[in-house]
Design a protein around this ligand. Structure first.
Ligand SMILES: NC(=O)c1ccc[n+]([C@@H]2O[C@H](COP(=O)([O-])OP(=O)(O)OC[C@H]3O[C@@H](n4cnc5c(N)ncnc54)[C@H](O)[C@@H]3O)[C@@H](O)[C@H]2O)c1
Ligand SMILES: CC(C)[C@H](C(=O)O)[C@@H](O)C(=O)O
Ligand SMILES: [Mg+2]
Length: 363
């Protein structure tokens, strides 16, 4: 039966990078007989402009009825004067919550061709293969109470609440341990258990699950401040990192830079029923509209979609290989440009990946 993909380009560079991933998916549909269909809907600022809200019901319904969602990015300065409750980012958070996408997989893998693009010494970067497993539907992002209140002296106070239940911690821990079994069998759980009770519970639950269900997986714990430093000092010590929503957000942006650029890192947000795929970066207002954004993270997110939601692992591998071949050819968007390579724009990069896929897909 035909698989439905909801395509939500969003804001800023979102439409530019999603267009390149759609090219690849359209090729699989039109020339390789993949039984998929795509339907587009607005989310974030684009949806606010069109309908007044960041997640219109029609967009939510499209996502709920789809087999997978491909999302670009949301947000931008245009909507920043708006109150928090109606900002573009709420559209994304609403989708994650309503689809119960609690497990965000963010693989930070360095392509050998980009070792030189990393700010770290080649011997530190070469071979990096980290999977950040970020909890995505809890933590300070969703905890109540939250808000800004007026104090008796007239000044204001802002507050958010870090909350995790045992069940929420347990389900993301299982995802991390299972993923580690297919890799180097090492999980590093990142928390701030020395200060925050919520993450003290996190550490207890992860430890118990590891001991009980995954004795074959080596479990370590690290405070988040140390983890941020260790990622720069010796990134290859990490296999799977499991952490909460806010720490995972920050650490995955940091890890992305080790691989050359944030424009390289894809992600899969998975729940028991749904899957949404998006690059880890944002709408990059500083380069939007210039045709220079790196589309690779989004194209690799489409590859993750083929692997996790569409049961097409071979096409996922072929797309990843096509990206590698294009890097071999020396093509680079400005964010990964280095001397001796050829600078290209978003569409030229997408076209080159598609051309490499066409060649590789034959045999
Ligand atoms: N998943 C999402 O939709 C998401 C993620 C992060 C930020 N945001 C939103 O995006 C807006 C901008 O946020 P920000 O500037 O903090 O983060 P950002 O990730 O959009 O940009 C950070 C820096 O990385 C660069 N960059 C990002 N993606 C790139 C790409 N594909 N190719 C080349 N360079 C790229 C940008 O030009 C910028 O210099 C905000 O409104 C924020 O809330 C959305
Ligand atoms: C835009 C924002 C809500 C989002 C997050 O913090 O989760 C983004 O930074 C991300 O990493 O996907
Ligand atoms: Mg982020």
């Amino acid at each position: 039966m035909s698989k439905k993909i909801a395509v939500l380009p969003g804001d800023g560079i979102g439409p530019e990078i999603v267009a390149e991933a759609v090219k690849v998916l359209a090729y699989l549909r039109d020339e390789q007989g993949l039984d998929i269909s795509m339907a587009e809907a607005p989310v974030g600022g684009a949806a606010i402009d069109a309908t007044g809200v960041p997640l219109p019901d029609s967009t939510l319904q499209l996502a709920l009825n789809a087999d997978a969602v491909l999302l670009g990015a949301v947000g931008g300065p245009k909507w920043e004067p708006l109150p928090h409750a109606v900002r573009p980012e709420r559209g994304l958070l609403g989708l994650r919550k309503r689809l119960d996408l609690f497990a965000n997989l963010r693989p930070a893998t360095v392509y050998p061709q980009l070792v030189a693009a990393s700010p770290l010494k080649p011997e530190l970067v070469s071979g990096i293969d980290i999977l950040v497993v970020r909890e995505l539907t809890g933590d300070i992002y969703f905890g109540e109470p939250r808000g800004v209140e007026r104090l008796p002296d007239g000044s204001r106070r802002g507050y958010n609440t870090m909350v995790y239940s045992e069940a929420e911690i347990a389900r993301i821990a299982h995802v991390a341990f299972k993923a580690a079994r297919g890799r180097q069998k090492k999980v590093c759980s990142v928390d701030k258990a020395n200060v925050l009770e919520t993450t003290e519970l996190w550490r207890e639950v992860v430890t118990e699950i590891g001991r009980r269900d995954y004795p074959d997986v080596e479990l370590s714990h690290m405070y988040v401040d140390n983890a941020a430093m260790q990622l720069i000092r010796w990134p290859r010590q990490f296999d799977v990192i499991v952490t909460g929503n806010i720490f995972g957000d920050i650490l995955s942006d940091e890890a992305s830079q080790l691989t050359g650029s944030i424009g390289m890192l894809p992600s899969a947000s998975l729940g028991d029923k749904y899957g949404m795929y998006e690059p880890i970066h944002g709408s990059a207002p500083d380069i939007a509209g210039q045709g220079i954004a790196n589309p690779i993270a989004t194209i690799l997110s489409a590859a993750m979609m083929l692997r996790y939601s569409l049961n097409e692992p071979v096409w996922a591998e072929r797309i990843e290989a096509a990206v590698s071949r294009v890097l071999d050819q020396g093509l680079r968007t400005p964010d990964i440009y280095a001397e001796g390579t050829r600078k290209v724009g978003t569409a030229e990069m997408g076209d080159a990946i598609l051309a490499a896929l066409r060649q590789g897909g034959q045999g």
